[in-house]
Design a protein around this ligand. Structure first.
Ligand code: PEP
Ligand code: MG
Length: 315
């Protein structure tokens, strides 16, 4: 099986009936791009920009950020790159930003909520992104932790203003769907964005009300819980109604069975840790879209996450 994976990693993830799904990597630095491509990535579906702020004692300025985004774009040589705007708060705390302590950081000012309250974080980052795009990076901008249309409209306004100032090209602007409200309102949110990427790590946490890092509840925090799958389905339906594409960049995308279910739910792109790519590609090349759709339909009808998991044996 290993040998088959090795051989197939450079081939596209095309099902036996000819349906192609994009496979992308979750990486943070340009020096990881060659490794991701060698694992078979078609591009980068999630560049977490928090890394530029973590493990150091000061925030990177606009120039440093622009260089980092451009370097990633160059390392990918024209392949697609989705850069996620800062997602700080919750499990990602940055001491040097000196943000107020919160009683419940997962339900507090995190992700885009922080960006909307901190022009000193948002504006240099958006400027850096458009500078990199102007210099040739084939990037898309993605905002994390979105719950409402008004957040999107404000963020897009900032993007457009900065883009015009810099005379930079138009780039796709999308959002992460990682809060149940966003999944349920997907048909509405889709009118205002170019794409969705579902963050199943947070979507699972917020749907099941289980802290994603809770040591005693890890087994119950299953992204294949039918409640989560129904929200993914709602997201896909909402996106498709507006002609938008949908990716998944949470951990379940890197699980071969999970990837099959997501394919069947109508997801267009899966983004994962590079080391998961060969096994996911190999699995997807053994199923048909029709089979994946059947498994997905059965999964949606299951009563429990355990019942969904038993479908792997029969799929
Ligand atoms: C997610 O929530 O699934 C996700 C991909 O984002 P992060 O893990 O960085 O919160
Ligand atoms: Mg998340």
């Amino acid at each position: 099986q290993r040998a088959a994976e090795e051989q197939q990693r450079s081939l596209p993830a095309t099902t036996t009936d000819g349906h192609r799904i994009e496979i992308a990597a979750n990486i943070n630095r340009a020096d990881q791009a060659a490794m991701a491509l060698s694992q078979g990535a078609d591009g980068v579906g999630l560049m977490r920009t928090e890394f530029l702020f973590l493990e150091r004692d000061h925030a990177p300025d606009e120039d440093e950020q622009a260089a980092a985004y451009l370097a990633m774009g160059q390392a990918l040589d024209g392949r697609p790159l989705i850069v996620r705007a800062l997602d700080i708060g919750g499990d990602k705390q940055v001491a040097h930003l000196k943000l107020p302590r919160e009683e419940n950081p997962f339900l507090g000012v995190r992700g885009s909520r922080l960006l909307l309250r901190s022009p000193d974080l948002l504006e240099p980052q958006v400027r850096a992104l458009y500078r990199a795009a102007r210099d040739g990076a084939a990037l898309s901008i993605m905002f994390p932790m979105i719950t409402s249309v008004s957040e999107i409209l404000t963020l897009r306004e900032t993007c457009e203003q900065i883009r015009q100032e810099l005379q930079a090209p138009v780039v796709p602007v999308g959002i992460m769907v990682e809060v149940p409200a966003a999944a349920m309102m997907a048909d509405v949110l889709a009118r205002h964005v170019d794409f969705f990427s579902i963050g199943t790590n947070d979507l699972t946490q917020y749907t099941l009300a289980i802290d994603r890092q809770h040591p005693d509840l890890a087994a119950e925090a299953d992204s294949l819980h039918p409640a989560v799958l129904r929200l993914i389905r709602a997201t896909v339906d909402g996106a498709k109604a507006q002609g938008r594409w949908v990716g998944v960049c949470g951990g379940i995308a890197g699980d071969p069975f999970g990837a099959t279910v997501l394919l069947g739910l109508g997801v267009d792109e899966l983004s994962m840790t590079p080391r998961d790519i060969p096994a996911v590609k190999a699995r997807l090349r053994t199923v048909s879209l029709a089979q994946a759709q059947q498994v997905a339909a059965q999964a949606l009808a299951c009563e429990t996450a355990d019942a969904v998991r038993t479908l792997e044996g029969v799929a």
